[in-house]
Design a protein around this ligand. Structure first.
Ligand SMILES: Cc1ncc(COP(=O)(O)O)c(C=O)c1O
Length: 390
């Protein structure tokens, strides 16, 4: 008989994603409005799709170099230089991956050993804690809070460091809070990172979706740049979630190790997607800024809508999520989302899906049209009235 004896202990430790659980519930109901999914509602711009189709027509259907097409790596490096003043060598410092997801996985597996400690921010993206646990390392959770606009403070960082700390894993702009760290915020962390010789794994997949301040990266600080592993991808900024394309940039000493795992488990990222991405980076920046402008408008609309309903919402400066506080309802995040789904068929994600620090909050995506957001706000208003909160 097949039972737990046959399962990996490490994998058993990992909980299934709290987001999926909610969507399984929502999929059983009709007429649900979802503000739950973390993906752009835009189609991939047509010229990107066309370039990928053309590559297939031309018979470019083979594996590429393990690290990705050199042409694409060059475009990625020139884009990072142009947009964020980050200098990387396309021949040595970059691997094109299957989404930011693979980049996170190979970074962890190549650099982290059992017993190491990795500092993980909470609330944070659902994959981080499991990716640490699966290496046999210990995630050290730092709880971010609304009073600090969900930023990481130098005091919090110092407190979390022990002699076992190997790396700090960060994600700004943040999923789920929309929090952003500015250059000045990072400046205060740099001496601590340097003093303790930490690696920084920086997931900057929402870098293009910064609304109020210029995006900044810890890789912009020369004194620690060789300690920073930059992860990004095409899913969010270029509306390319289904293409499964991302990248990781780092010091060649690190990249060499990551590439060994990438070679054996992936071989190379999807070829047509790589041709699409080259086109996106060369000619797609206008579309990126149009989409950013649209999210910006939606952000302002949804934040004022939630605040009007008494669901206190801080103004997120990036990504496409808001993180409203529901503490005054005395419901847990999970109870709130469940009741809202049952009562008004609006699907949001409990804050606790992103770690315990998310209790008392819900994550709402605004990668939806203003019309959909308006309907959802109307239903949420009705829900709050039905429960006696309005
Ligand atoms: C913070 C963050 N990192 C990484 C990913 C993974 O993105 P992908 O694998 O599609 O590039 C996501 C997707 O939601 C995300 O929100």
């Amino acid at each position: 008989m097949i039972d737990e004896r046959f399962l990996s202990k490490k994998v058993q430790q990992v909980k299934p994603s709290g987001i999926r659980k909610f969507f399984d519930l929502a999929s059983e109901l009709e007429d649900v409005i979802s503000l739950g999914v973390g993906e752009p509602d835009f189609n991939t711009p047509w010229h990107i799709r066309e370039a990928a189709i053309y590559s297939i027509e031309q018979g470019k259907t083979f594996y590429t170099a393990n690290q990705g097409l050199l042409e694409l790596r060059k475009e990625i490096c020139s884009y990072l230089k142009r947009r964020f003043s980050l200098a990387y060598d396309p021949t040595k410092d970059v691997i094109v991956t299957v989404g930011g997801s693979e980049a996170i996985d190979i970074t962890m597996r190549a650099l982290i050993d059992p017993g190491d400690e990795v500092i993980v921010l909470s609330p944070g993206y659902v994959a981080y804690e499991p990716s640490v646990t699966l290496t046999g390392a210990v995630p050290i959770i730092v709880e971010l809070n609304e009073e600090n606009q969900f930023k990481l403070t130098p005091e919090q960082l110092k407190q979390a460091i022990s002699d076992k700390t190997k790396a700090l894993l960060i994600n700004f702009p943040s999923n789920p809070t929309g929090g952003v760290m500015t250059h000045e915020d990072y400046e205060k962390l740099v001496p601590i990172i340097k003093e303790h010789d930490l690696l920084v794994i920086s997931d900057e997949i929402y870098a293009e979706l910064s609304y109020d301040v210029e995006h900044s990266s810890l890789a912009n600080f020369e004194e620690i740049k060789d300690h920073v592993i930059l992860i990004s991808g095409f899913s969010k900024a270029f509306a390319m979630t289904g293409w499964r394309l991302g990248y990781v940039c780092a010091d060649p000493v690190l990249i060499k190790q990551m590439n060994k795992i990438h070679q054996y488990i992936i071989m190379s990222a999807p070829t047509a997607a790589q041709y699409g991405a080259i086109e996106g980076l060369r000619h797609g920046m206008d579309h990126v800024s149009e989409m950013r402008d649209s999210y910006h408008t939606r952000r302002n609309f949804i934040v004022s809508g939630f605040n009007r309903l008494g669901l206190k919402t801080h103004m997120p400066q990036g990504a496409f999520y808001i993180f409203p506080c529901i503490k005054h309802t005395k419901m847990t995040s999970e109870e709130f989302c469940q009741a809202l789904l049952e009562d008004q068929k609006v699907a949001c994600v409990p804050g606790t899906a992103f770690g315990e620090a998310g209790e008392g909050y819900i994550r709402v995506s605004y990668a939806y049209s203003i019309d959909e957001i308006k309907i959802a706000l109307g239903r949420i208003e009705q829900f709050l009235k039905n429960k006696g909160f309005l």
